[in-house]
Design a binder for this molecule. Structure first.
Ligand code: ADP
Length: 481
């Protein structure tokens, strides 16, 4: 199985979010499962700054975009033994950020990613790759299936290559004003409501959905949810039409990085058979965050973007109630200014109960996973979510809003069910969140049962190998048509 995997970011070269983690970990897992995989990403300034070694392939291309021919160079590097091809075009990609600055998105993002999508197709041709499948991700590479089946349909090489589009978050669709459609170099006839138009605007993700043989998202539940108006972000109708070709495959965890038995970023190591190290991690975290060092006080953690999607609205509304529960809470994240203010103000008023760090700090994220007793993820919607998977492995019981990947990976506590791994709540409200926390605290007061819950989470396997084998089956299925 030869797979060309195109993404607008991949760790460790360039990362803004979960997509980079997937693009950095899935291709090596596919290779272990027997696929011959090649990854394509843009050559951003950040890729050069990463210090990772890369070399010129000698391939130079002329790619049509916006009615002009733009040149591209192809560089080669690797992730875990899988070749990574970086598309060089400094006018488009040698910029400080990937997609934009604090003032907004780069105004030419449509041309940048139209160029990248065409460059991938041209490079596959120039490098004489013969892919069985194109696997593309999100709106930035959603034009690959569109180009492959229109502009390039007469090229023998691409005519029968099926495409899988993976959507990592429905809310980002790549929408642009209609008058810019000619810049894509596509026939105007594609600008219609069944293909690439969305209420008078260009919608690149929609084009990708329509022109791909199959569409997947990063959990089964989210795949169902996005076919309904509440979570479909306007494309639920398009997805309902494709429901026979819509799949959900959960993301995996890189246990080489997120594993309390080998994690060098935490103060003490532990595993499901020996939990002494976890108590040390808790003590060290309380100290680091300036909270009173108290063994018996439940410590709740939260890490992530401080935005509405992550449930910050119900969390901040429930915060006074949480502080009255006799617990300590630590929060790490960045996001909306409003939530920064609410959290820092509350922490200043209750320094013994709430500690907040505004910022991005990978080491602290590991120490919170290791040192806390519980981990809160009240997301309004969650395509997959990674932190609950890390929490399971670190014995930090997840408390989650039962949506998307959270619903698929956390099994609600029930005394009669030995398979439970956490606590779920179903209403998206501060009172439901508080009720779930109260249930968790009631169990925390029964140490033997609590430990059983922790250990059943720690023993679960959410590794990439599982997900890779599901992708392999899906590739075979779309290949067979
Ligand atoms: P997202 O919707 O942001 O992609 P995920 O849960 O899928 O959410 O992945 C977020 C990743 O980024 C996790 O690995 C998480 O630990 C990390 N992360 C998010 N915010 C921070 C932060 N402020 N500091 C350190 N790591 C963070």
């Amino acid at each position: 199985m030869r797979v060309v995997y195109a993404s607008s970011e991949a760790a460790p070269f360039a990362k803004t979010g979960g997509l980079a983690d997937v693009a950095g970990a899935l291709p090596p897992a596919l290779a272990r499962a027997g696929a011959d995989t090649a990854v394509f990403i843009p050559l951003y300034a950040k890729c050069r700054e990463s210090g990772l070694s890369m070399e010129k392939t000698g391939v130079r291309l002329n790619v049509s975009v916006g009615g002009m021919m733009v040149d591209a160079g192809i560089w080669r590097s690797d992730i875990g033994g899988v070749p990574v091809y970086l598309v060089e075009q400094d006018g488009f990609f040698d910029r400080p950020e990937l997609y934009g600055t604090i003032y907004g998105d780069y105004p030419d993002n449509m041309e940048r990613f139209a160029f990248f999508s065409r460059a991938v197709i041209e490079a596959v041709n120039a490098l004489a790759m013969k892919p069985d499948v194109f696997h593309v991700n999100d709106w930035q590479t959603a034009l690959i299936p569109v180009y492959a089946k229109t502009v390039y349909e007469n090229r023998k090489l691409f005519r029968h290559v099926p495409c899988l589009l993976t959507i990592h978050n429905m809310t980002y669709q790549g929408m642009f004003p209609a008058q810019r459609f000619p810049l894509l170099g596509l026939d105007w006839r594609l600008f219609n409501w069944r293909e690439m138009e969305f209420y008078g605007r260009i919608n690149l993700l929609k084009g990708g959905i329509v022109f791909s043989e199959a569409v997947s998202t990063v959990s089964r539940k989210y795949a169902e949810e996005i076919t309904a108006p509440e979570y479909g972000a306007g494309l639920d109708g398009v997805l309902r039409e494709r429901s026979g070709d819509l799949y959900g495959i959960i993301n995996g965890v890189d246990y080489a990085v997120w594993n309390p038995s080998s994690d060098v970023l935490i103060p003490a190591r532990y595993d499901a058979d020996s939990l002494h190290g976890k108590a040390k991690c808790k003590k060290a975290l309380q100290k680091e965050m300036g909270l009173p060092v108290k063994k018996g006080v439940p410590l709740i953690g939260m890490v992530g973007r401080l935005v509405d999607q992550k449930g910050l609205d119900i969390f901040s509304a429930a915060l006074d109630g949480i502080l009255k529960l006799g617990v300590q809470t630590v929060v790490l994240g960045t996001g909306m200014e409003h939530y920064h203010r609410v959290l820092t103000r509350t922490a200043a008023a209750s320094p013994e109960k709430l500690a907040v760090k505004i910022g991005f700090d990978n080491g602290l994220a590991h120490r919170i996973e290791a040192g806390c007793d519980m981990f809160l993820m009240p997301s309004r919607f969650e395509p997959c979510g990674l932190n609950q998977l890390y929490s399971l492995r670190y014995g930090t019981v997840p408390i989650v809003h039962a949506v998307g990947g959270l619903a698929d990976t956390v099994k609600d506590w029930d005394a009669s069910d030995g398979a439970a791994t956490g606590f779920c709540f179903h209403d998206y409200s501060p009172s439901a969140l508080l009720e779930a926390l109260r249930r968790a605290l009631a169990l925390y007061a029964r140490p033997r049962e609590w430990r059983r819950l922790m250990v059943s989470g720690m023993k679960q396997d959410w590794s990439w190998n599982r997900s890779a084998s599901e992708y392999m089956s899906l590739y075979s299925r779309i290949l067979e048509g």
